[in-house]
Design a binder for this molecule. Structure first.
Ligand SMILES: *Cc1c(COP(=O)(O)O)cnc(C)c1O
Length: 363
């Protein structure tokens, strides 16, 4: 299905609403239909269900319009991550933030164990050390900013400049910041990956991922390779998942605006609470990390003592959730035992503050 053409100069909130819609023609639906098809009548561009689905295309058009590039939908964030990391050739080095999504570090460790690639872990907030780690063997520089769950922020333009000078590509996992707050392609990144499971879909009811590349000649070459990998491996989302993720994306700017305002307010109030040793908030976005005084014990009590906040992994939903990160065996030992990562939802800030404060007062 062709989509409705848009003026070039729209603001992100408008693009999120209007991109990836059917044309404004009589009897066209306003939303792309969910096409349940494993195959198509031969002779057209689609041919088979592993190659194309209108709901993916609509989602990709909308995400691409928000990130300023061309998107490809994947079955999950990890499917997108693994597809990009699969491009790395033998003996190449991936420079990665030591605080990265655990699944990403897992794929890198797996590649290394099989002799496919080596990774160098860096503190992404230490720009000089990152630049120092990049050399002519570096194939990829991969990071999130803010990092998960340490909430460090990278000097993205400086790292990109150093990577490109060394002939390396830069991949940014933009899941935490979302395309509303940060557009890595505009800063010069080569590839953006997303766990659309989080803020983009936004309702804790779907797993999906995406890769976005620039809409230029180099981006086109990457797009063809990545689309080819998706066709081959079959790491494709279902039509319903893509439809749900697109439905979520329509309200992304609004949700990010509210979650960010709530997070900033909570970060300010939490800083004064005696049960908290440290608040980490980068100044934007809906993610906050707190370090509870006394370590794992009190932090474990906290996550069970609330009535609204849910103790759950994942993030970016409309509801506030939190998690003590070191409960995961694989979490970096540089993350404090008492660190609780908050995914601040879009509830009324007074209700989520009262719930959290009550639990903290009881420690
Ligand atoms: C969740 C997450 C992923 C993995 O995404 P899934 O959709 O769970 O496969 C990758 N990167 C970040 C930053 C994440 O938070």
């Amino acid at each position: 299905m062709s989509s409705n053409p848009l003026p070039a100069d729209l603001c992100p909130a408008t693009r999120a609403i209007h991109a990836g819609r059917p044309p404004h023609d009589p009897d066209q639906p306003l939303n792309v239909p969910i096409t349940m098809a494993s195959t198509y009548v031969a002779g057209g561009a689609k041919e088979y269900g592993r190659y194309a689905n209108d709901a993916w295309t609509a989602f990709e058009d909308a995400l691409g319009a928000l990130e300023g590039g061309r998107a490809l939908a994947f079955a999950s964030g990890m499917a997108a991550v693994a597809t990009v990391l699969d491009l790395v050739g033998p003996d190449s080095v991936v420079v990665t933030a030591r605080h990265s999504y655990l699944g990403t570090l897992g794929v890198l460790a797996d590649l290394e164990a099989r002799g496919r690639a080596k990774s160098t872990l860096v503190d992404i907030s230490d720009t000089a050390a990152v630049i120092d780690a990049i050399d002519e063997d570096t194939a990829l520089v991969w990071f999130e900013s803010p990092t998960n769950p340490a909430m460090e922020v990278a000097d993205i333009p400086a790292i990109i400049a150093a990577a490109h000078e060394a002939g390396a590509r830069v991949v940014i996992d933009n899941t935490f910041a979302t395309p509303v707050l940060q557009n890595p392609l505009a800063l010069g990144a080569d590839i953006v990956v997303h766990s659309a499971t989080k803020y983009i879909a936004g309702h804790s009811d779907v797993l999906m991922g995406a890769i976005v590349v620039a809409d230029d000649t180099e981006g086109q070459a990457l797009y063809d390779v990545l689309k080819g990998r998706r066709d081959l491996i079959g790491a494709i989302p279902g039509a319903f998942e893509a439809w749900l993720a697109l439905r979520g994306l329509r309200t992304l700017p609004l949700r990010v605006e509210r979650a960010s305002a709530n997070a900033a307010e909570l970060a300010r109030r939490l800083a004064d609470h005696p049960a908290i040793e440290e608040v980490r908030y980068p100044g934007f976005g809906g993610m906050v990390a707190i370090v509870v005084r006394g370590g794992a014990g009190p932090a474990d009590v906290l996550v069970r003592a609330t009535r609204l906040w849910v103790h759950a992994t994942s993030l970016g939903g409309v509801e506030s959730t939190f998690e003590r990160r070191r409960r995961w065996k694989g979490e970096a030992s540089t993350i404090p035992e008492g660190l609780v990562r908050l995914s601040v939802g879009i509830e009324d800030v007074e209700d989520i503050w009262a719930d959290l404060k009550g639990a903290l007062d009881g420690l």
